[in-house]
Write a protein that binds this ligand. Structure first.
Ligand code: KG4
Ligand code: ZN
Length: 328
């Protein structure tokens, strides 16, 4: 089945073509440069950029895949959750492509997309597995027992892990997006130089919390003058990254403690983090579990994951999707 998918839930304009589990093209136009001077995503700016970029991105995805629009069996689009104005651009685009050709359209939950990135070639992962999804907007542990949904086993009570990294990077003057910037800075730092709280480790459940960590970083940076901050920036970044990853892996370890899962996957932008990938690999190796790590471009937002999710969902026939909107 050939699927053309569009994803515009945040600040990446994405389109992809898949043939079953094979990715034929996966085009991502990042707007990071447009948002970096604000230190985070500005919703209105994102919507305007999506409007300008979405048609060329779809055209590029089609031409790279070698498929024509007429060859496509179904279209797919992220309908929620995300920035409402940004989502609407994708939904309107997908409807506009599907309707003239009377093609079916599949509405996809963005988080199901992050889970479904693991169903793609090479080495697709079959359910059941435990999936840690950590992105700029979400942090959760998902129990995946089928191809078309997941159970939330625990989630953040406040900020998302990626949000903590983005806000942390802003405090450290490292730019946006913060996750990759902190990772780069941390390479030259000592992760034990500063002590940041690894929240929720004594909490018996599987929920997360990152807002205290951000406040702790604020206090740390306030105590340092500019020269000292410059001198210690790498150490702070390394210690901060270690605290974020420490909480993620502590909860992952707790979720695995009962021995119910034989395979583990990571998803969402933070899953591109090399320290998290190393720690998760060590955890799984110790327990003899399979760990599925998709490449970085399938961790951060992309449309191939939306096409992958669509394969296992009910398509909506023309014209039933014409009144679709998006939901934040
Ligand atoms: O999944 P994603 O692209 O968008 C959302 O659905 O939010 O995730 C974006 C988040 C950002 O917070 C970004 O800083 C973080 O993923 N991120 C990383 C890395 N690459 C992206 N965090 C840590 N290490 C990375 N290498
Ligand atoms: Zn995402």
């Amino acid at each position: 089945m050939i699927v053309l998918a569009v994803e515009t839930s945040c600040d990446d304009t994405c389109a992809a073509v898949t043939d079953d589990a094979r990715v034929l093209s996966n085009v991502i136009s990042s707007q990071a440069a447009a948002h970096s001077r604000y230190g985070g995503v500005v919703p209105e700016v994102a919507s305007r950029h999506h409007l300008e970029l979405v048609n060329p991105v779809v055209q590029a995805a089609l031409s790279e895949s070698g498929a024509e629009l007429g060859d496509v069996d179904a279209l797919a689009v992220t309908t929620h959750p995300g920035l409402i104005g940004a989502l609407l651009v994708g939904v309107a685009t997908a409807k506009g492509l599907a309707a003239p050709l009377r093609k079916p359209l599949v509405g996809v939950d963005h988080l199901q997309g992050h889970v479904a990135a693991n169903f793609l070639e090479p080495d697709p992962l079959e359910p059941a597995f435990l999936c840690l999804i950590a992105s700029g907007g979400h942090t959760l542990l998902a129990g995946v027992t089928s191809h078309d949904g997941f159970e939330i086993l625990g989630q953040t009570l406040d900020d998302a892990a990626g949000e903590a990294l983005d806000k942390g990077a802003r405090l450290l003057g490292l730019g946006y997006p913060g996750g990759p910037a902190i990772q780069r800075e941390a390479e030259n730092g000592d992760p034990e130089a500063f002590e940041f709280p690894v929240a929720m480790t004594r909490d018996p459940g599987l929920d997360f919390s990152f807002s205290g960590l951000k406040t702790a970083l604020l206090y740390t940076t306030r105590e340092l003058d500019e020269v000292e901050l410059d001198r210690r920036r790498a150490d702070i970044a390394a210690s901060y990254q270690a605290a974020v990853v420490g909480q993620l892996t502590a909860k992952l370890e707790r979720a695995l403690a009962k021995g119910e899962w034989e395979a583990v996957a990571l998803g969402g932008g933070v899953a591109a983090n090399s320290l998290l990938r190393e720690r998760a690999a060590a955890l799984c190796e110790d327990r003899g579990l399979r760990l599925k790590l998709v490449p970085g471009e399938l961790c951060t937002d992309n449309a191939a994951m939306i096409a992958s999710a669509a394969r296992f969902l009910e398509p909506t026939p023309y014209p039933d999707y014409l009144d679709w909107t998006a939901a934040a």
